[in-house]
Design a protein around this ligand. Sequence first.
Ligand SMILES: *Cc1c(COP(=O)(O)O)cnc(C)c1O
Length: 395
Amino acid sequence: MHKHHSALGLASLNRPVQPVTLLRPHAAQRAARFFVEKFPGKPMYAVKANPTPELLEILWDSGITHYDVASIAEVRLLARTLPDATLCFMHPVKAEEAIEEAYFTHGVRTFSLDTLDELEKIVRATKGATDLNLCVRIRVSSDHSKLSLASKFGAEPDEMKALLMATRQAADALGICFHVGSQAMTPAAYGEAMERVRQAIVEAAVTVDIVDVGGGFPSTYPGMEPPPLETYFEVIHKAFESLPISYSAELWCEPGRALCAEYASVLVRVEKRRGDELYINDGAYGALFDAAHVGWRFPVKLVREDASDTRDMAFSFYGPTCDDLDHMTGPFMLPADVQAGDYIEIGMLGAYGCAMRTAFNGFGSDLKVIVEDEPMASLYLAQEERPAASNVVKL
Ligand SMILES: *Cc1c(COP(=O)(O)O)cnc(C)c1O
């Protein structure tokens, strides 16, 4: 893969016609080391956030040994890419064939569930295996998060007793897991969820061996700057220590976004300007799904040899497809003289953005280069080490 110091080097030398993904292996490495060293338990990577094999290898080399997979294709990908990794199949609704293949072909022993039906499925598909780690997913609030995961999965608190008791019978290790929603903006999200876990354990009076606090750890975006991750870890650790669980119980988490958001950005070209609207060559069907559909604002930076001396103004973006929905409201703050032919770097697309790309309408590109500069925002750099990004304007 080609290497450049920064987006500017690439834009001025190559003038790329297609959008280019800029990869920062050092940023993914730093995030992984942070979780490995500071999370008071075992961090596993939620693969759906960004399943590219290069990233999986960086995380593995940085000490992430466990991977949260949700489909049989993810199981196979991991088995192929990181044959020594431990895989945890944490989707609470699985095909029986997928469970069977995961267990017998790929050695998966950890599964999640949120109903008795799913428990029966797992027992049948594994032919009554006695070496299973089974995690019961409890429904918790997504109130503190930017993207809800509260309606689709999770047993209600009043269903937990029967489910925990039945699962205890089938499991070698019994776990409870939850997901507070993605981009949780306060550690209280985890504190409140742990309180539900406590009540469920007390009511069911079962021995719990694993508490898995799921994903939801935030990254940083314009207008969405969370408190330091250490404060999340402290709240989780304290709540875990006070649960009525076995002394050898394990604490797990499943970060997706937090491990890979800083890993990638995308260099796009402006093809046309209409007032305060910029027509760029990537969009809702490319890496900007969240910008279009949930109004997510990503940091942006004009990438031009001679810095603009005009003031910043608010722009919205149109993507390249022929579809009106391919529109990103922003606002994205850029110098007032941006014009067709200019390049823009859009930051923090390593989580979900890059993973959700399609080739709809003949657009989409798999060009990638490695860059060595710092990501446009970071939760892992001390304030004074963060890049001076004067035109990453906070609203
Ligand atoms: C999506 C998902 C994650 C990762 O969530 P983030 O918000 O990206 O950290 C973790 N666990 C499960 C079960 C998920 O579905």
